[in-house]
Design a protein around this ligand. Structure first.
Ligand code: UTP
Length: 297
């Protein structure tokens, strides 16, 4: 019997420099799409996939993130008193069970692989998920749930994969595909940020992973990779070299890169248009603004 994936690591210790000056005091993961912080989308997706333990790798300046997960009994009482039942329900749906969240510090931003390695003692010898909250995925069935279902069939390591235009591939980890089985591909290699023109395919890895504990052992070696950082991609690729399977999973859904300003703005518009109470006003505003700017050209 395959072990169930019940633990997820959320590496949130990065500097978030693309959002300065906001990220001087606000963790990137607390920035909101409409009215929910990025991290809430990730938590909801993890819960839907059966995750029970949520491990955050944090750093200096991220205390707002820890506070966000505390219950707020005073606010709950006020909403109850005022009969604001809908808001009370919304608030309560974000409450986490005591002991379900753990925080580990990454003392220096040495890279995503290093951040994941920092959580090794909380993982032990079982498969685990890694979720990057700045990749937000709008999907009918949450992305990690799709992956867990596929993983139950395949085992091994599994990374979420997405087709990207060739000129964008050098910003991602890219899969070298040995066998394409449709939703699932079998990888014979993985390259982090390939030199333009050398990318082995157009299948890029995005921020959802299901990994075997062997990847944590590979990270023990602390080899620096692309950009001088300790790369998670390299530790996963090492498993391929050791003869262990690595699968790419083409998820169904739309991924927004909320670590970039443009992706964050697109996600804001998409998630607002998905809300009944906002759609009318916003789409009118967008249509008028686009017409006005086209007329001015
Ligand atoms: P990014 O590459 O987006 O870096 O990290 P960043 O620091 O968050 O943002 P920019 O590029 O400076 O704007 C991808 C994910 O890996 C985490 C980040 O928090 C983010 O979730 N990360 C990255 C760490 O936890 N530690 C690191 O050392 C590096």
């Amino acid at each position: 019997m395959r072990k169930k994936v019940t633990k997820a690591i959320f590496p949130v210790a990065g500097l978030g420099t693309r959002f300065l000056p906001a990220t001087k005091s606000v963790p990137k993961e607390i920035m909101t799409l409409v009215d929910r912080p990025l991290v809430q989308y990730a938590i909801d997706e993890a819960r839907a996939a059966g995750i029970k333990e949520f491990i955050f790798v944090t750093s200096r300046g991220k205390s707002a993130l820890e506070d966000y997960f505390d219950h707020n009994p005073i606010l709950e009482q006020e909403l109850r008193k005022k009969g604001k039942d809908d808001l009370l329900e919304t608030l309560k749906s974000t409450n986490m069970e005591s002991g379900a969240i753990a925080y580990i510090r990454q003392h220096r931003a040495l890279g995503l692989g290093h951040a994941v390695w920092c959580a090794r003692r909380l993982i032990g010898n079982e498969p685990f998920a890694v979720m990057l909250p700045d990749d937000v995925i709008a999907a009918e069935k949450p992305c990690l749930q799709q992956m867990v279902e596929a993983y139950e069939e395949t085992g091994g390591n599994m990374v979420a994969a997405m087709e990207v235009p060739p000129e964008k591939a050098s910003s991602y980890g890219v899969l070298d595909v040995a066998e394409d089985m449709g939703a699932v591909v079998n990888a014979r290699g993985m390259v982090e940020k390939p030199v333009p023109g050398s990318e082995p395919s157009n299948l890029a890895v995005i921020g959802r992973y299901i990994l075997e504990p062997s990847v944590l052992r590979n990270l023990n070696k602390m080899k620096q990779g692309a950009g001088g950082e300790i790369q998670l991609t390299d530790a996963i690729a090492e498993d391929i070299n050791a003869g262990k399977p690595v699968y790419g999973y083409r998820f169904r859904g739309q991924r927004f890169d909320c670590g970039s300003k443009s992706g964050f703005l697109q996600a804001t518009v998409a998630f607002a248009l998905a809300r009944d109470e906002l759609r009318g006003d916003l789409s009118r505003y967008l249509t008028e603004t686009i017409h006005a700017s086209q007329a001015a050209e």
